[in-house]
Each structure stands twice: as structure tokens, then as C-alpha cells.
Design a protein around this ligand. Sequence first.
Ligand code: NAI
Length: 477
Amino acid sequence: MADKNHYDLAVIGAGPGGYVCAIRAAQLGLSVALVEKEATLGGTCLNIGCIPSKTLLDSSERFYEARTAAAEHGIKIKGVTLDLRTMMKRKDKVVRKLTGGLKSLMKHHGVEVVGGRATIPEPGRITVRSTDVAAGTDEGERTLSAQHIVLATGSVPTELPAVPFDGKRVVSSTEALAFTEVPARLAVIGAGAIGLELGSVWQRLGSEVTVVEILPRLLPGFDSEAAKLLQKELQRQGMRFHLETRVTGLSETGAGVELTMIDNGDSEHKLEADTVLVAVGRQPYVEGLGLEQLGIARAEDGKRLKVDAQYRTSIDGVYAIGDLIHGPMLAHKAEEEGVAVAELAADGYGHVNYEAVPNVVYTNPEVAAVGRNEAQLKETGVAYRVGRFAFSANGRALASAADRGMVKVLSDERTDRVLGAQIIGSSASELISELVTVMEFGGSAEDIARICHAHPTLSEAVKEAALSVAGRAIHSI
Ligand code: NAI
């Protein structure tokens, strides 16, 4: 009789990397277990990350529009008020719908969900200690064995020693997605994706938001032109920035907290706030897995796990994907790795093209990028051409009051192959897909320029930027 505790593949962590890996492995005919310590599936992304933040970004944008921008369209709305409870309830409902949907998906694909906290006592074995919250079951301890073990346990917010989390005054993104009232003054440390997205949510809902960033710019890693444009737009919306500034301490005041900061000229400043959101990055989460005892090798930074091109860690039969390993901490990157590792386990073939992983920040305007930006191309000495097109010259953008921002296409000077693209503007998150597709197909700027784009659409700005690479944009002077 088959051993009911043995699986071909066991995944630890049911975030986008883990659950996608489990489904793909099941599709390929493997017997699969998915171990999760939380009561719901979906990991950070669905429960306390991408999905709740995008839900609140949408709701807060509607509120902001109703209060400010609608008048420009001749729509006068009097007495717009905020019902934060209802807004949060809607967010929770969206999260519930998606996490609940995942349960059915697992069932449909024949993936066995095992609730509890996993430890790997030795290669090939997983001990799962179920808690009362995990999947509503309490099976005590169960030991599984698996030919392939995939670690997909994700990441947690990085703490700043000078400003430790207390869950009330000093919070991470998790709490900032569930405030019960709008903080009058919100200090945000870190001008990365989380700081700017959640800063935008609370700014739109009425907070006075001040962002403190250690670097001289927003969104390090993104195109600097797009980052500058975004800063200008966010400032126009009322957000304040202290760039090249380090937070060195925190003290409680009667009404809230006071941050001590040092700027690039070594001058000390104070910033009072009711709440502080610390968003200075995330780090791999491997607590309780027993990796130290296993002697698993870490990457150079001492935090991420070291894997080879086939996601194999230094321990036989143990793989790692997503936020645990190299590369950007993005749900869709983890998903691709989940698919690749399942295919590698089943067939021996699996691959992720890291050159074509899009990266999006959901501010208003949105910022989206794929491939390399100008600074990165210069650094590697690649000769390239640039094509730009501003949304202010795009009919649909004007019609929709989305005329801020631009599309930038970078192509190889010799071959015209698209090497990267950056979009800042409305729907940048959707528009970037065309560039990702072209890059996956090894296409050129000329290819995009010769594709018929519907009129009037924002996507015409992508075509025009591609035309502009060869100096022949139609609607610009
Ligand atoms: P991040 O790495 O994107 O940004 C952190 C920012 O904090 C950087 O600008 C950094 O220079 C700054 N910083 C670091 N130490 C600092 C200090 N001591 N004082 C002031 N500033 C400091 O990290 P973030 O925003 O926390 O996001 C974590 C991860 O989650 C990222 O990998 C991000 O890509 C991902 N994420 C992606 C989203 C998306 O795709 N839309 C949304 C939210 C998060």
C-alpha cells in the first residue's frame, strides 16, 4: 500500500511561489503536499501585501477623486466623507474571496494542504506541527517524506534598530493595511514600493505624509527620470520628502512620536508623527525550518539562500524560490520560479527569463519597468538608443485626465532589439505587458512601431515611443 505520508514533491509556504509550484507539479502528475502555517492560503501577497494594498489604493483613489479631481470634469460632489470601516471591510472581503478560492483550486488540482509549521529534521523529511489556527485542524505532529522539498516561505519586513516595531506607533505594512483610523501625521521611512504605495493610500484618505529616504532619490533600481517625475507628482499631491536623510532615533511625545534624523550635511532634524511606517525592505523568512541544523548555504549577503540555476540549495533534494533567493521580491517572479522548479522536478526542464520580469509600483501615476534601464545599460557598456513619448501628446490620456508621464523604450543600437522599457503614467502596470511580450520574443523597437495599436488608447504612446527610437514619432515635435 502506498505510504500516505510520502509525496513526490512537498512545498513549504502557500504564497504565490509555493501554491503555483504545487499546482504545476500536480498538473505534471506528481503527488504534492503544500504545507502552510497560517489559517489561510496565499501568503503575504494575498493576505497582507499586493491584494489588500491594491484594494485600498483603488478605494482611496476613488475617495481622492471624489474630493478633488471630479470638479475638473464638471462633477460637483458636496459633503464627501470617509467610511473607513466599510473601506476596510471591502478589502477584507476581496482577500477572503481570493484566499478562499485558493482552497478550491488546491482541491481541484489534487494538492493536499497540510496545516502547520514545518521543520526539516533531515533531507527528504518534513515534520509538520499543526496549530489550532492552521487549516482549522489539529492533527498534532505529522511527518512527511518527499523526494523534492521546495522552500517558498517568503519574507518579512526588515526592522530598523533605531525605530523598532511596536505594532501601534511604529508599524510595518501589515498594520498599515488595517489602521482603524486615519493617522493625522504619518511618517514613512523608505521611499520604495511599500512606502510610496501605502503612503499614497493614507495621503489620499487625509493623512499628512512625510517620507524619509536615505538615498538621494525615490525607488532605487528604477529609472531615475521616472523616479524624479514621480516625486514631482507625489509632491503635487501633498506628500513631503526628506531625501538623503537617516533616522537615528525615536522618542515618545504625549501625542505621538518624534523622529530624530540626520541629513546629508550632518544636520539634525526632528519630525513629529502620530504613526511611523517603516518600509526599508524585507528579508527572507526561514524561522523554525531548521535550516541552520541542516547546514544550508546562504548567499553572499548572508540572508538569502544560495541556489544554483535549477533552484537547488546546498542540501540534496531541497529547493528554494521567491523572496528566499536572489532577485527582486515580487510575487510574479516567485510564481515563475514555482513553475520552473515543478517542471525541473517532473521533467528536468524549467527556466525563468529574468531579463523580462516586470516591476510595477502602484502609485498615481503608476511606474512600471522591464529589462534594463539607462543607468544599467551604461554601467555594462551596452550601446543603446532611446525612444520617448509623453502622455500629454496622447489623445486618450488627455480625454481621461491621464496625461502625466511618459513611455521610454530602450533598444540595442546595433540590432534594435528591445533591452528595456519604463513607463510612468496611468495604467503603466497594464501597458508594460506589451514590452514584456516583445522582449520575450526577442523583438525590436521597429516591431512595436509597425504593430497596429487601437485608437484612441494609451497603448499608442508605447508605439510612439518605439517609433521615436528611430526618430520618427508621428505625434510629437
Ligand atoms: P524597497 O527595497 O523597495 O525600498 C526600501 C527603501 O528604503 C529604499 O528606497 C531604501 O533606500 C530605503 N531605506 C533603506 N534603509 C533606510 C533607512 N535606514 N532610512 C531611510 N530609508 C531607508 O522595500 P519596500 O518598499 O519595503 O518593499 C519590500 C519588497 O517588497 C521590495 O522588494 C518590493 O519590490 C516588494 N514590493 C513590491 C510591490 C510591487 O511590486 N508593487 C509593492 C510592495 C512591495
